[in-house]
Design a protein around this ligand. Structure first.
Ligand SMILES: CC(C)(COP(=O)(O)OP(=O)(O)OC[C@H]1O[C@@H](n2cnc3c(N)ncnc32)[C@H](O)[C@@H]1OP(=O)(O)O)[C@@H](O)C(=O)NCCC(=O)NCCS
Length: 437
C-alpha cells in the first residue's frame, strides 16, 4: 500500500481488469438482490479474476444512484462483503448516470496523486429494490405519534390523514427543479432538435443489432460474470436479458409514445429500460501494473465534467464535456478510433451528435470557433449501448469503459471517447488510450 501522499508527476492510471453482471430488466432475475449484494458479488469475482493479491488493493470507489436508506456507504459495505482485507478504505460517489465514471476518475486521480496504486471503481443499481417512501403527511403523523404521550394523542396524529396519504410513494425519475421526467426531457430535446421518430427507432434498432452481434460473437464473454439467481440458486443469469435479437424497424414503429402520448416520439423501444446490475474496473498505476506483470487493457487519459441548466436541454451535457476532455487529451475527435455514448434515449444521443457537428452550437454555446465534428457511425457504439444492453444507472460508466477498452484492444486502436449524460444537466466525457498508446 502506498503511503507517500505527494503528487508524483508522470503517473498514469491503467485499467487492468473489469467485469460486470448481466444487465437484467428490473423486477426480473435480480429482484431479490440489493445493490450491495450485486456490488459485492461482482467485486469479489473481479478481485479474484484480477490476479492481484487482495492485500495489494488500496481502495474501492463505488456508487449507487438510487440508494437504500439502510445503506449509507455502499462502497464500504461492498468491501466488507468481499475477500478484500477489512482495512481497504472505500468511499461512495454519486454523479447520477455518470456515477461509475466519477468512481473511475476519482480512482485515477488518487493514482496520479500517488495516494495509492490499486483501486476498484464501479457501481451497482437495483431498481427492483428502489426505496418506497411514506407520503409527507403519513411520515409527519408517524413522527408526531412517536412523540405523543398518550394513546389518544397517538391516535389523533393519524386522524388527520386521508386515504390518499396512505399510498406508498415510489422514487420518481424527475428533475426536482423542473418536475420533468427524463423521458419528458428527451421528448423536448427531440422536438427542439428536429429528431424524427424514424431516426430514433433506427438508432435503437442499431443498438440491438450490434449488442446481439457482440453477444453472438462472444465479445462479452470475458466481461460478464454469471450470477446464480436467488432464492433457489438453481438458475444462473449469464446474459443480458434486454437485448432483442428479433426486433425490427416495424416492431419499433408500432410502439406508442410514452411521455407525450399524443404528439410524442419517445417510446419504450427507443429509451433505455429500468435495469438491475453492477459493473466495475480495476485501476492500477502504470509502474504497479508493470511490477505485477499485468498487461493493461488501456489507460484513462483525460476527462471532463460539465453542467447546464436542467430547464434547458437536460441531457445535452456530453456536447459540453466532450470538447474539454479532448482538449485536455491534446487530441481531436478525428483521432478517435471509437466513440461510445451512453444511450439514455436515442433522441438524446442524436441531439448531442447534432451539437457536436454544429458550428452554431460551437460558437454560441461553447465560445469555440469550430465544431467538434461529425462522428463516423461505424465507430459509434459499435457493440450496442444502454438502449439494448440496459442501464443500471451506477454501473453504466464502468460497463462503457470496459467494453470500449476491450474493443479498442481487438482493433489495435489508439484512442476512444466516452460520453455520459446525467440528471441535473450533467455531462461527463473521458478519453481512453489503448494499451499501446
Ligand atoms: C420507457 C419506459 C417508461 C418503458 O417502460 P415499460 O412500459 O415498462 O417498458 P416495457 O419494457 O414493458 O415495454 C413496453 C412495450 O414495448 C415493447 N418493446 C420495448 N422495446 C421493444 C423493442 N425494441 N422492440 C419491440 N418491442 C419492444 C415491450 O415488449 C412491451 O410490449 P408489451 O406491452 O406488449 O409487453 C421505461 O423503460 C423508462 O422509464 N425508461 C427510461 C429510463 C430513464 O429515464 N432512464 C434515465 C436515463 S439517464
Amino acid at each position: 500500500m502506498s503511503v507517500n501522499g505527494a503528487s508524483r508527476a508522470g503517473r498514469r492510471a491503467a485499467v487492468v481488469a473489469g467485469l460486470r453482471t448481466p444487465f437484467v430488466r428490473s423486477g426480473g432475475d435480480f429482484r431479490s438482490l440489493s445493490a450491495v449484494e450485486l456490488g459485492a458479488t461482482l467485486v469479489n469475482e473481479l478481485v479474484a479474476r484480477s490476479g492481484i493479491p487482495p492485500d495489494e488493493y488500496d481502495g474501492v470507489v463505488f456508487g449507487q444512484v438510487v440508494p437504500s436508506p439502510l445503506v449509507s456507504l455502499i462502497a464500504r459495505e461492498v468491501v466488507l462483503r468481499t475477500q478484500l482485507p477489512k482495512d481497504v478504505a472505500a468511499h461512495t460517489v454519486s454523479r447520477a448516470c455518470a456515477t461509475s465514471i466519477q468512481a473511475a476518475t476519482d480512482a485515477a486521480d488518487q493514482i496520479v496523486l500517488g495516494h495509492g496504486d490499486v483501486f476498484v471503481a464501479g457501481g451497482a443499481e437495483s431498481l427492483s429494490d428502489a426505496p418506497i417512501f411514506a407520503s409527507r403527511p403519513l411520515a409527519q403523523a408517524i413522527v408526531d405519534a412517536s412523540r405523543a404521550k398518550s394513546i389518544v394523542d397517538k391516535a389523533r396524529a393519524f386522524a388527520r390523514l386521508s386515504a390518499r396519504d396512505l399510498a406508498p410513494v415510489p422514487p420518481a425519475l424527475k428533475e426536482p427543479t423542473t418536475g420533468l421526467t427524463m423521458g419528458e426531457s428527451a421528448e423536448k430535446m427531440a422536438q427542439l432538435n428536429g429528431i424524427a421518430r424514424e431516426a430514433q427507432d433506427a438508432f435503437a434498432l442499431s443498438s440491438h443489432r450490434r449488442a446481439a452481434a457482440a453477444w453472438a460473437e462472444g465479445k462479452f464473454d470475458g466481461e460478464v460474470m454469471h450470477v446464480p439467481v436467488p432464492p433457489r440458486y438453481e438458475r444462473v443469469a449469464a446474459k443480458d436479458n434486454i437485448v432483442r435479437e428479433d426486433t425490427s424497424a416495424d416492431a419499433l414503429a408500432q410502439l406508442r409514445p410514452v411521455f407525450d402520448r399524443r404528439y410524442g416520439t419517445v417510446t419504450a423501444g427507443n429509451s433505455s429500460p429500468l435495469t438491475d446490475g453492477a459493473g466495475a474496473i480495476v485501476l492500477v498505476s502504470e509502474e504497479k501494473a508493470e511490477a505485477l506483470g499485468l498487461r493493461p487493457l488501456g489507460y484513462l487519459r483525460s476527462y471532463a465534467y460539465a453542467a447546464l441548466d436542467p430547464a434547458d436541454q437536460l441531457l445535452m451535457g456530453p456536447a459540453y464535456a466532450a470538447p474539454v476532455a479532448l482538449e485536455r487529451a491534446g487530441l481531436a475527435l478525428a483521432d478517435m478510433d471509437l466513440v461510445d455514448m451512453h444511450e439514455a434515449f436515442a433522441a438524446q444521443v442524436l441531439s448531442n451528435l447534432k451539437a457536436f457537428a454544429s458550428r452554431k452550437f460551437a460558437e454560441e454555446e461553447l465560445g469555440r470557433s469550430a465544431p467538434l465534428g461529425e462522428v463516423d457511425p461505424a465507430k459509434l457504439n459499435v457493440n450496442g449501448g444502454s438502449i439494448a444492453l440496459g442501464h443500471p444507472f451506477a454501473a453504466t460508466g464502468a460497463r462503457m469503459i470496459l467494453q470500449t477498452l476491450r474493443e479498442l484492444g481487438r482493433r489495435k486502436g489508439a484512442h476512444a471517447l466516452l460520453t455520459v449524460c446525467a440528471a441535473g444537466g450533467i455531462g461527463a466525457a473521458v478519453v481512453l488510450d489503448g494499451p499501446d498508446a
